[in-house]
Design a protein around this ligand. Sequence first.
Ligand SMILES: *[C@@H]1O[C@H](CO)[C@@H](O)[C@H](O)[C@H]1NC(C)=O
Ligand SMILES: *[C@@H]1O[C@H](CO)[C@@H](O)[C@H](O)[C@H]1NC(C)=O
Ligand SMILES: *[C@@H]1O[C@H](CO)[C@@H](O)[C@H](O)[C@H]1NC(C)=O
Ligand SMILES: *[C@@H]1O[C@H](CO)[C@@H](O)[C@H](O)[C@H]1NC(C)=O
Ligand SMILES: *[C@@H]1O[C@H](CO)[C@@H](O)[C@H](O)[C@H]1NC(C)=O
Length: 330
Amino acid sequence: MIKILLFVLVFNYTVSDTITNRTITPKHVKKRILISTLFSKKFFITEKTTDACRWLKGFKYQREQCQKRKGLAEVLNNARKYAIAECEDQFRYYRWNCSYTKDMFKKAYRETAFMQSLATAAIMFSTAKACTDGKLQNCHCAEETPSKRPDMKWGGCGDNTKKAAHITRRFMRVHHPSEKFRDVLNHSIEVGVKAVTENEKVHCYCPGGTTCAIKLCWKRIQPFVNIAQKLQYRYHSAIQVNSKNLLNKSSWRKQHADSLLYASNSTDFCGMTAGRRCINKDNCATLCCTRGYYEQKVVVPRRCHPKYHDCCYKVTYDICQNEEYIYYCK
Ligand SMILES: *[C@@H]1O[C@H](CO)[C@@H](O)[C@H](O)[C@H]1NC(C)=O
Ligand SMILES: *[C@@H]1O[C@H](CO)[C@@H](O)[C@H](O)[C@H]1NC(C)=O
Ligand SMILES: *[C@@H]1O[C@H](CO)[C@@H](O)[C@H](O)[C@H]1NC(C)=O
Ligand SMILES: *[C@@H]1O[C@H](CO)[C@@H](O)[C@H](O)[C@H]1NC(C)=O
Ligand SMILES: *[C@@H]1O[C@H](CO)[C@@H](O)[C@H](O)[C@H]1NC(C)=O
């Protein structure tokens, strides 16, 4: 019965489209975007299933890659964990706390742009690390152009950010009927890539011991938390695009390669902060909107009275019962 009903609905829909000749969104132009499933925790419950790429259902290219390329399913799973964990951590004391609602992916909000950049960075980070560890098919250590400096050479195994960026860009690509939406989220991809690239650090070592005629150097991406912090800052300073600042001009976009962009104003999220914990009175004033907060006195055991022992560079402590306050939004 249900099957028949469904068929009738689909049939009617197709017919009416032909008659009115309204533009039908081509099959490959999706309104769903990857981050709407990437940030969903629904699929972690079934992590042990045989199909580790199941969460990519409906994303043809991505799912194919995930299934075909050895090591990628694992890379993506790690990336999702990094992205969700850091998003929640960075926004713990903000009105929007990285809570997941489907509406968030329908327009190019500030939050959407942030999630897109964070997901990009997480996949790129995770990919580069897997390349270094030899855990991703067809990806190896970075190949740097030979150094011009006479006292250093690239050696060891550097994180392959170039290859990782290439894989990630293709993976994150947005197909969406709205040009503005597409452009804003495409820009987020570049912001995410840049955050990772800028977080690389050069490490060197002297093969000859103390006499360092030529150092061997390689690049290593710093921990993901640094990248997430940077992107959180970009979230707060995001720029709204409108007809004046011309999102469609590539020169303008290049000029703002460090800024997240967004198109639509989100709500103030005040309806979602009741019962949330805030960190101090200032934070509560913002987080709890105009509703105020509760105080609760708690006794917290903490280390105190350090005693230094000359003999062995040892410090011992007592445990004191400290009275502290914790705050919750009304
Ligand atoms: C449908 O629209 C296309 C352009 O989008 C146009 O070329 C074509 O003539 C239209 N067909 C009808 C039946 O109106
Ligand atoms: C995405 O943005 C980058 C850099 O701004 C640009 O080079 C690229 O062509 C864009 N891609 C799409 C599909 O718009
Ligand atoms: C793109 O920018 C030009 C001006 O440079 C403007 O005339 C045009 O309307 C813009 N297009 C869109 C889709 O915003
Ligand atoms: C979004 O909000 C800002 C300030 O809160 C306002 O200046 C701007 O006009 C709003 N934009 C839209 C498209 O509503
Ligand atoms: C975010 O806030 C919502 C609504 O108050 C709450 O249910 C959720 O547990 C919070 N998430 C985290 C990670 O703290």
